[in-house]
Unconditional design. Structure first.
Length: 254
């Protein structure tokens, strides 16, 4: 089993922690999706792929979308179903969507496109979209312009030889030949230090690092952050990176 696959499957072991600690998304993100797609979310048929525990699924539903969630992991899917029992849930992969042709107005990938093979997942998305429908990909990226986040990122890279703050990578790109538009939406939230550390520990980088090494790192991180946030309330700053592309009217898939 590859490292990529191990990391993708690691979330099942921390589904409740993921659901409780991970950040949501600001209303401005969904305003921007509506602006770029030219269609209100209310009443739209939306497929949320790699839905995880349903963080984005819930917010899309609250905007009035008719959402179906697609999630491969049994632990994540179970957490989603318990929290959102009214949302249709399909077990499946973005690389081979178990859905009919042309059934969606919008397909969303919140924090999940990089776990797919874009050469397979992009044609699948275009197949499932109606002509004129849109594919929206987005990621919460911790703002590297904030000094404490930059310092934490350096500590994570030294410990785990990777990034947990959502740095851009090749896995986030669309295949050549697909025109797209991008936007960045900045926002922040205030959380307890415990929630911040739980959020950090829910990233795949730490889920595969091992419990002892992760616990030791998070203990050191608690001391580092108490020096910055002595009241124990952490101001997490994010930029949501959004990419939208379309299935052109009257066209077939790739």
């Amino acid at each position: 089993m590859t490292d990529h696959t191990l990391r993708a499957l690691s979330f099942d072991s921390a589904a409740a922690q993921y659901d409780a600690a991970r950040p949501g998304y600001p209303p401005a993100l969904f305003d921007t999706v509506e602006e770029l797609t030219g269609r209100p979310l209310k009443g739209s048929r939306v497929i949320d792929v790699g839905a995880g525990t349903g963080i984005a699924t819930r917010l899309l539903r609250d905007r009035g979308a008719r959402v179906t969630a697609v999630e491969p992991g049994p632990g994540m899917a179970d957490q989603l179903h318990r929290g959102l029992p009214d949302i249709p849930l399909v077990r499946g992969l973005g690389d081979a969507l178990p859905l009919a042709d042309g059934c969606a107005d919008l397909i969303t990938y919140a924090q999940s496109w990089h776990w797919t093979d874009p050469a397979r997942s992009a044609p699948e998305a275009l197949r499932v979209l109606r002509p004129g429908g849109a594919l929206a990909l987005w990621w919460n990226v911790s703002d590297p312009d904030v000094s404490w986040i930059a310092a934490q990122d350096e500590r994570i890279r030294r410990q785990a030889r990777g990034a947990a703050h959502g740095a851009a990578g090749r896995g986030r790109r669309l295949p050549d030949g697909l025109d797209s538009v991008t936007r960045r939406v900045r926002w922040s939230r205030q959380v307890s230090l415990d929630t911040h550390l739980d959020n950090l520990g829910s990233h795949s980088l730490f889920l595969v690092l091992g419990k002892e090494a992760t616990a030791a790192f998070l203990a050191r991180e608690r001391a580092e952050l108490l020096a910055v946030f002595p009241d124990g309330v952490v101001e997490e700053a994010y930029a949501v990176d959004l990419t939208v592309t379309f299935r052109a009217p009257g066209t077939s898939t790739l």
